[in-house]
Ligand binder design. Structure first.
Ligand SMILES: [Zn+2]
Length: 360
């Protein structure tokens, strides 16, 4: 009897671990668009990896339709210089063009690289550019050595990157002059602390990186530097800075989307921070095995960490708790395996003392 009291909960846990929903297939980009296909007839394959759409004469969406997360980087040019916003997913085949080589096909102006954030799927070709312009935050400034910045394994959620030459710093509220075109710089923590969003006010275009995008993979708010409270505050800030006609361009999925999508994100983040979220636990292709919490409304999925919010989930306290639970589980498993099988009614069966045989 004792043996099953211990084994049953273990079996229940194992069953639950295998039963978390997978609500989105990785190849589903959005609507009828699948990974590997271009998102629009206006987006043309320029080789067997990149597809490019000229949003207008000075703005280009450089898409990687075959990448696992359907990435897009942006070339935003003015009369005197251009910004490259992100540097590729890192999944391009060996020997293919770098993001810089692609960008130089569409502008003859000097290119400044700005990263929307430091995750591995946005930074691959960063070292191919002459330097990188970083968002001015205390922790970034503190880690610049000479004129180099090294994106750590924790920041990239992958491996440590080779050092990047720092070409300059830009701060929240700065305006980048490109010649006949200006970009406002916003630092909007939420997805990550260093998340950058660029606004072309005259053209009414916003380049959002991973802060918001339209991809069935969902919005990621479970990274080590994710912060749900900041996310909500900054989605409200971005709403105030845009209007119904603003064109939004994200880094994953179908690049173009409207402000209604940001409104929906803001509303769902509002439910999360006020405790009104209706979470489900799901498996997700970005981290199989971890049961993320997801808040869903229609096609909007916001993924965050299980049980507790990201800062606590990724803290050393959670590591300690996990280590404790693992040790306890191993100990229980060891005890179960070592339990002797006791037939009911036997001499040692204390659950049926009445059957104790009398002695001669
Ligand atoms: Zn990303």
């Amino acid at each position: 009897m004792k043996r099953w009291i211990l084994i049953a909960p273990v079996l229940v846990c194992l069953c639950l671990a295998g039963c978390f929903e997978r609500i989105v297939a990785p190849k589903d980009v959005f609507g009828s668009i699948k990974q590997g296909e271009t998102y629009s007839p206006a987006s043309n394959m320029i080789d067997n990896w990149y597809a490019v759409e000229a949003i207008d004469a000075r703005t280009f969406a450089i898409n990687e339709p075959k990448s696992s997360q359907y990435n897009t980087s942006y070339l935003i040019a003015g009369d005197e210089r251009a910004i490259m916003f992100d540097a590729g997913s890192g999944e391009r085949p060996a020997g293919s063009q770098s993001m810089r080589e692609v960008a130089e096909r569409y502008t003859d102006k000097p290119i400044t690289l700005i990263l929307s954030h430091f995750h591995y799927d946005h930074i691959y070709d960063a070292a191919k550019f002459d330097g990188v312009t970083l968002i001015d935050r205390p922790e970034i400034r503190a880690n610049i050595r000479g004129d180099a910045y090294t994106i750590s394994a924790l920041e990239s959620v992958d491996k440590e990157m080779p050092p990047l030459k720092v070409a300059g710093l830009i701060a929240d509220g700065d305006v980048i002059e490109l010649g006949g075109r200006k970009l406002d710089v916003l630092n909007l923590p939420g997805h990550t602390t260093e998340s950058v969003v660029l606004i072309d006010r005259l053209g009414n275009q916003v380049f959002t990186g991973d802060f918001v995008y339209q991809h069935l993979g969902g919005i990621i708010a479970f990274a080590p530097a994710s912060n749900l409270t900041a996310y909500k505050a900054n989605s409200a800030r971005l709403l105030r800075l845009t209007n119904a006609e603003t064109q939004f361009f994200g880094a994953h999925g179908v690049p173009h989307f409207g402000r209604d999508w940001l409104t929906l994100l803001d509303r769902e983040l509002g439910k999360i921070v006020t405790g009104e979220a209706n979470y489900r636990y799901v498996a997700h292709y970005l981290a199989p095995g971890i049961p993320w919490r997801v808040q869903q409304n229609g096609d909007m999925y916001i993924y965050t960490t299980p049980l507790v919010d990201p800062p606590l989930f990724w803290s050393k306290w959670m590591l300690l708790v996990l280590a404790g639970v693992s040790t306890l589980s191993l100990y229980l498993f060891y005890r179960v395996v070592r339990l002797p099988f006791i037939p009911p009614g036997s001499k040692h069966d204390v659950t049926h003392p009445g059957r104790e045989p009398y002695g001669p």
